[in-house]
Design a protein. Structure first.
Length: 201
């Protein structure tokens, strides 16, 4: 446990603790072209709400809103929202996650552990052996095209991420853009871009 008051008392400094994605949201206006990989062809309106989400250890969600001369960050627990399907295959995967976890939250699919959940769910549904042990192995195998289950898992991950990002955009009216951060995205940005251009692999 970390307490701001304790940090102040021990180190004699002013301390404020922020949700990690609140901190990411605060950084959005400072990002330049070198910090970003753009997906989609429409430029955001920088005076409008800007949303950020990111799969990593979990799934973070936040929004930055401008109010007069002030920036206001809305932190959230959006990663615990219920995961939604857009096709029968996704519904079967979600049903598998429900049977395993009780509640199929977005984070159950959109995180490092979530990618592992998707990989194992697809293997179980197709009755195929799933020998890869973790998200790093699954990602590398998918990017190399070495394992069909891993490739589908990464495709489904990106599909869920796209629909979740669209819902976040609608929730916050994020005309300033939806930014995808987190530990996973930099590793698969080329995969994202290929899907955005050509559809699922």
């Amino acid at each position: 446990m970390i307490e701001a008051a304790e940090l102040q008392a021990i180190f004699g400094l002013q301390a404020e603790l922020l949700n990690d994605f609140a901190a990411v949201a605060n950084s959005l206006p400072l990002l330049g072209p070198a910090d970003l990989a753009k997906l989609g062809g429409v430029a955001g309106d920088k005076t409008s709400p800007m949303a950020v989400l990111g799969p990593g250890t979990g799934l973070g969600v936040a929004c930055l809103i401008r109010r007069a001369d002030k920036r206001v960050v809305i932190a959230s627990e959006g990663g615990h929202a219920t995961l939604a399907a857009t096709c029968d295959r996704e519904e079967r995967i979600i049903q598998h996650l429900r049977q395993r976890f009780g509640h199929a939250s977005a984070e159950r699919a959109l995180s490092g552990p979530g990618l592992e959940n998707l990989y194992r769910a697809i293997g179980a549904l197709d009755k195929v052996e799933t020998a890869l042990q973790n998200a790093t192995q699954i990602t590398k195998s998918a990017l190399r095209g070495e394992c069909n289950v891993a490739v589908e898992a990464l495709n489904v991950f990106c599909a869920f991420l796209g629909s979740f990002a669209a819902n976040v955009a609608l929730t916050f009216d994020a005309r300033g853009g939806v930014y995808i951060a987190g530990g996973i995205s930099p590793r698969i940005v080329g995969f994202y871009a290929q899907i955005a251009i050509s559809g699922p692999l």
